[in-house]
Write a protein that binds this ligand. Structure first.
Ligand code: ASP
Length: 332
């Protein structure tokens, strides 16, 4: 823990967080890479106080440092992905776990999924209300059940049976997301456009060449009771394949489901032999954009290249690798 805090402090002093993504190309293929996101949307410098900005940067840095520690020690990409996402789930800052947004009924219903690029195994939970860390439940579905996706009460019962932490629904209440819900409700009545984005995700390449991806979310503010987004849908919000890449998405879920976004990026690489940057940029900035589908993805390929395209004003995102590079970015 001490180590992690120390590295966060060191890293924090070296972070740049307000520049664009087309930063330096790595000269040497990294041995391991971790990329994370904390949601895309109307993330503008003028809307975020310096204090809040600092909190986002610190929490994203902590998630990166903790995941990187695992990868550095030769641990599996799946562990790095789950650990990084757990940290973001436990923070009220993000729309996942503790900070999940509210449905039209004023409740929290969470979705999550995880995929192993080595085996193509996957696990997911949808519409859960009492599992403290939905990404860990998704991983247990992958490893301890013969299914891929469990929903609602069945998923909650399963999570309890495998020893995961169950909490009262009230645990997920945060004043900030409640305010957002009330505002969204008012705006809906006056037919104004509401702000709906925010989700967390991670993709990683480990020292053994294995890719993994995971995504966890509270969904979209004021979503219908029972609505399930792209985050727990393998191929839409999450995908990993050692032959191509690992992808975690965030954005307007319905568009990501209809366009099978995460798998589409992998398929463009597999069948058309496109590189990671071209494939992910095409899907987010051409295909989705032409349909007004807003959001972004974080991706890493089998050679450790990364890309983080988004078609919104901003996306909380960051990466760290074995070449000693680390960045946390919020804006365009
Ligand atoms: N994709 C998530 C959903 O539609 C929301 C988000 O990423 O902001 O549930």
């Amino acid at each position: 823990m001490k180590n992690i805090i120390l590295s966060v402090i060191i890293i924090f002093s070296a972070i740049t967080f307000n520049s664009c993504d087309s930063e330096k190309k790595q000269n040497k293929s990294p041995e391991y890479v971790l990329v994370i996101h904390g949601g895309a949307g109307r993330i503008l410098k003028e809307n975020i106080s310096p204090e809040k900005e600092k909190q986002y940067i610190l929490k994203l840095s902590e998630a990166l440092a903790s995941g990187a520690e695992i990868l550095k020690n030769g641990g599996p990409s799946l562990d790095a992905v789950e650990t990084a996402i757990n940290i973001l789930e436990d923070s009220p800052l993000f729309n996942a776990g503790k900070g999940a947004v509210f449905t039209e009924k004023g409740e929290n219903e969470m979705d999550a999924s995880i995929m192993d690029g080595r085996t193509l195994n996957a696990g997911a939970v949808a519409g859960v209300k009492t599992i403290k860390n939905p990404i860990s439940a998704a991983r247990k579905v992958m490893t301890n059940s013969k299914h891929v996706l469990l929903g609602g009460e069945g998923a909650e019962e399963f999570a309890a049976a495998v020893g995961l932490e169950i909490v009262e629904p009230a645990y997920f209440y945060t004043p900030e997301k409640w305010e957002r819900f009330k505002k969204a409700k008012q705006k809906l009545q006056s037919k104004e456009k509401t702000e709906k984005h925010g989700t967390v995700g991670a993709v990683a390449l480990d020292k053994h060449g294995n890719l993994a991806a995971g995504t966890s979310t509270g969904g979209m503010t004021m979503k219908m009771f029972g609505r399930i987004g792209d985050s727990p849908i393998i191929g839409a919000g999450t995908y990993a394949n050692n032959n191509t890449c690992a992808v975690s998405a965030t954005g307007h879920g319905e568009y990501f489901i209809r366009n099978v976004v995460a798998y589409d990026i992998s398929a463009l690489m597999e069948y058309k032999k496109w590189n990671l940057e071209k494939a992910s940029d095409f899907v987010i900035n051409e295909k989705l954009k032409s349909q007004n589908g807003s959001g972004g993805v974080i991706t890493v390929d089998k050679d450790g290249n990364i890309s983080m395209p988004f078609n919104t004003e901003g996306m909380f995102r960051g990466y760290i690798n074995s070449n000693g590079e680390m960045r946390v970015l919020l804006y365009k």
